[in-house]
Every structure is written in structure tokens, then in C-alpha cells.
Ligand binder design. Structure first.
Ligand SMILES: Cc1cc2nc3c(=O)[nH]c(=O)nc-3n(C[C@H](O)[C@H](O)[C@H](O)COP(=O)(O)O)c2cc1C
Length: 240
């Protein structure tokens, strides 16, 4: 393993905290081996119009939650405005609610990064609690977390030893990923526009500051929703 000190930048988007947690697990592991690890939330950069300083890192990581077998739209928007990756070694991690279809094809994300000059050498799926439809039982959540800790250790070891590990994407899975993801993006627009607050809303503004896409505003004393929703916050139903 290369023991040279290195700097790592981990850029992630996380709607409900799963991907953020993986980003932190990876950072902890990298920290055992290297000098500097920065963990940066994509939506915070986008909201503040800050340019990601990718040039200062030796290795760059990108993380996202799987939405409809793909990365959410906000993730692609972020990659589009990145600077040239200068062929730096790059890894992708994604969190999904189940291992079905390996969380979808990584071809679209990988190609978008490659077009920007990032040399994608590693990709890994972390199965985490789903944040739509059902809430997993605590026991399962614990197991998923413990597995994620082990996976993060293995992933970091492999990245630092420059072991290439890319997901195998078939034409069919890439086609399905593109199809489902476009439908989701289309649906999210209408979903977002039709949200409303209940009468008990006290206009505290927490939803406005938490929304990663600035989709919520206060206008003339009322909360308004717009068409930039990316379904980030998920929707739960409890099961016992
Ligand atoms: C709109 C939406 C779509 C999702 N689509 C998928 C999917 O296609 N496959 C899957 O396994 N999980 C899917 N999930 C579950 C999330 O990928 C999973 O819970 C993830 O860990 C959430 O990460 P986060 O907390 O960082 O946002 C979806 C969640 C949302 C909100």
C-alpha cells in the first residue's frame, strides 16, 4: 500500500443522512492512512455558489443516494459545474435501500465524471435503510450499519492500493436506470409544486433552510413550494 501522505476530498449529497454517514465512515478510514480528508456536502456548495476546490485533492470521492436507480438530479447538476478533474483517481459510493440491480447502473454517473476529466477507479454500493415507503426495523438497521462499517474499511484499503473495482453495468440496466430516473425527475417537479403546509405551520423557516434545492420559499407570509424538488427528504410509513 502506498503510504505517501495524501489529501482526499469527499463530496456527497444526502437527503436523509445515510450517504452522509457513509461519507464520514470513509473519512474515518482514510484518516487512519492519510493526512487530510475533507467531507463536503454538495448542496451546501450549490446553495452558497462556492466553487469546489477539487484541485487541492489527490484523490476525489463522490457519493449519492440512489433515486430511481440513478443519482438524484442535484448530483448531476453539481458534476456539470465542476472543474477539470485532471485525471485524478476518483471513487464513487452510493447508498440504496436494497441491493436490487445494485442500485442501478453507474454508467451515467461514471461517464459524466469521465467527461469532466475524473479517472473513476472504484465504485461501491452501500445498502442502507430505505427512506421511502417503509421504515426498516431497528435490528435490520443495526445490521446494515455494521456491514457498512466493514465495507468502508475494505473500500478505503482498495482505493489506497489503487485497486480498480468498477460495477458491471449491462446495456439493459443502463437503459432502465435512464428511463426510471427521467420519470422520477419529471414526477418530482409536479410533486414539489403541489406540496403545501398544514394550518399548524408557524412559519419557523426550518423547511426553507433544510431544503437542498431551495424549493421552498416564504412569500407574503405563506410557505410556497416550487418545481425544483428532488425528493430528497423521503417518505416513511412505519412497519412493525
Ligand atoms: C425518491 C427516492 C427514490 C429512491 N429510489 C431507490 C431505488 O431506486 N433503489 C433503492 O434501492 N433505493 C431507493 N431509494 C432509497 C434511498 O436510496 C436510500 O434510503 C438511501 O440510503 C437514502 O440516502 P440519503 O439518506 O443519503 O438520502 C430511494 C429514495 C428516494 C427518496
Amino acid at each position: 500500500m502506498n503510504q505517501q501522505p495524501r489529501t482526499i476530498g469527499i463530496f456527497y449529497f444526502s437527503g436523509t443522512g445515510n450517504t452522509k454517514m457513509i461519507a464520514k465512515l470513509l473519512a474515518t478510514e482514510f484518516n487512519r492512512n492519510v493526512r487530510v480528508v475533507d467531507v463536503i456536502a454538495i448542496d451546501e456548495l450549490l446553495k452558497t455558489n462556492k466553487t469546489p476546490e477539487v484541485e487541492k485533492y489527490d484523490i476525489i470521492g463522490f457519493g449519492y443516494p440512489v433515486h430511481a436507480f440513478n443519482a438524484p438530479r442535484i448530483f448531476f447538476e453539481f458534476i456539470e459545474q465542476l472543474q477539470d478533474g485532471k485525471k485524478k483517481n476518483t471513487f464513487i459510493f452510493k447508498s440504496a435501500g436494497d441491493p436490487f440491480m445494485q442500485g442501478g447502473s453507474t454508467t451515467l454517473v461514471r461517464k459524466t465524471l469521465q467527461k469532466k476529466g475524473y479517472n473513476v477507479i472504484h465504485e461501491r454500493l452501500f445498502v442502507m435503510p430505505a427512506n421511502v415507503l417503509v421504515r426498516y426495523q431497528d435490528q435490520l438497521i443495526k445490521q446494515l450499519y455494521n456491514t457498512a462499517v466493514q465495507r468502508a474499511k475494505t473500500m478505503v484499503k482498495e482505493i489506497l492500493s489503487e485497486t480498480t473495482k468498477l460495477q458491471k453495468n449491462t446495456f439493459f440496466s443502463t437503459f432502465l436506470t435512464a428511463a426510471f430516473s427521467s420519470m422520477e425527475n419529471f414526477g418530482a417537479r409536479f410533486f414539489g409544486e403541489n406540496l403545501y403546509v398544514s394550518d399548524s405551520c408557524n412559519l419557523c423557516g426550518i423547511c426553507i433552510s433544510n431544503c437542498p434545492t431551495n424549493n421552498i420559499t416564504k412569500q407574503k407570509g405563506h410557505i410556497r413550494f416550487h418545481s425544483k424538488c428532488t425528493f430528497a427528504c423521503g417518505v416513511f410509513t412505519d412497519v412493525q
